[in-house]
Design a protein around this ligand. Sequence first.
Ligand code: NAP
Ligand code: NAG
Length: 379
Amino acid sequence: MAAMKNIPLILMGCGGVGRQLLQHIVSCRSLHAKLGIHLRVVGVCDSKSLVVASDVLSKELNDNFLSEVCRVKVDGSSLLTLGGLGECQVFKNSELKEKVIGVASVMGKSTGLAVVDCSASSETVGVLTRVVDLGCCIVLANKKPLTSTMEDYYKLVSHPRRIRHESTVGAGLPVISSLNRILLSGDPIHRIIGSLSGTLGYVMSEVEDGKPLSQVVRAAKSLGYTEPDPRDDLSGMDVARKALILARLLGKQINMDNIRIESLYPEEMGPNVMSVEDFLSTGILLLDNDIQERVRKASLNGNVLRYVCMIEGSRCEVGIQELPKNSALGRLRGSDNVLEIFSRCYSEQPLVIQGAGAGNDTTAAGVLADILDIQDLFP
Ligand SMILES: NC(=O)c1ccc[n+]([C@@H]2O[C@H](COP(=O)([O-])OP(=O)(O)OC[C@H]3O[C@@H](n4cnc5c(N)ncnc54)[C@H](OP(=O)(O)O)[C@@H]3O)[C@@H](O)[C@H]2O)c1
Ligand SMILES: *[C@@H]1O[C@H](CO)[C@@H](O)[C@H](O)[C@H]1NC(C)=O
């Protein structure tokens, strides 16, 4: 049999998604071996420290070590405690950036290296832009680097074959790859409209059934569907980041400021004014009637309300829209994501992508598929 192809990688971020990715990598060992591929994890970091294989060109953090990494992180301990296990070097925060760049400059143009961002930080963009220049590939679940300045964005995508970020929009759903295929075939995309927040999808379909917003949001929180502060979902900021990534993919040179964002709560109920408890017990009650009234008006027109991201011409908006009941978005129930794409080839009926758009498992699976997708760039 031919020699195994090695794909060396460094993982940044070891939270829900990062740990699930490590587990997927380990449990896919025999599948990947059959394909002649070995994923060689040479480094893992969190916000405070970095562990790196003792010799990045020939060694790796083995599977036992990776499960130790996950165990330590679940326990809430520091990666520094892994220093005693040998076969690895540990670095603390102050050295982290330079060390990753150092490894990238050794490996980028020899063995190749994939730098995988499963953090939720806006600080990784500096490292990512550098390592791309050093010949490395980057794979992102983290939206923030792609929603920083246009200048950073251009740097990140300067070698389109070296970047994958499928999981930044719709988790494991093939949103980015589908759009890229349409764009590469010269089929002009006129309009994209989608429900890209599982939380807001759930909220909007529940209020459609006549339940008060306050009750629905509290239920969503106790089901674990929302962020600890549900206003992080209700503000629409996360959807706006996804909208910006899609708009930039379509070639629009815009920033967050150019996106019209409708927040489901007013400024005077913001996190700087009101505690989460006050918001959920009193503030949000004041929003029930207005939403109920909008739902009723829409239904008189045979329509439903959805919280969507819409990109059309120079418009890029995030907020509530009235949509036909019998469209893919109108039929949406629960927390699935749905994206409708209208182009020349898909003009009457849109191309529709639908399915779970969140979760550690599907998100990490999307990241893993991205890594496998760039295998041809490794010697
Ligand atoms: N979960 C989902 O359903 C989903 C879906 C789509 C996309 N995503 C995206 O996937 C990413 C990861 O999500 P998650 O749920 O796994 O987040 P999480 O549990 O909060 O984990 C974030 C991890 O990133 C680390 N980190 C923070 N700043 C860092 C830095 N400067 N350098 C390196 N690592 C850093 C954190 O370190 P500490 O452990 O030291 O705090 C933590 O380990 C996020 O960007 C999220 O938006 C998630
Ligand atoms: C994702 O992982 C985090 C951290 O382990 C956990 O708290 C969260 O419940 C997980 N989310 C899902 C949907 O499984």
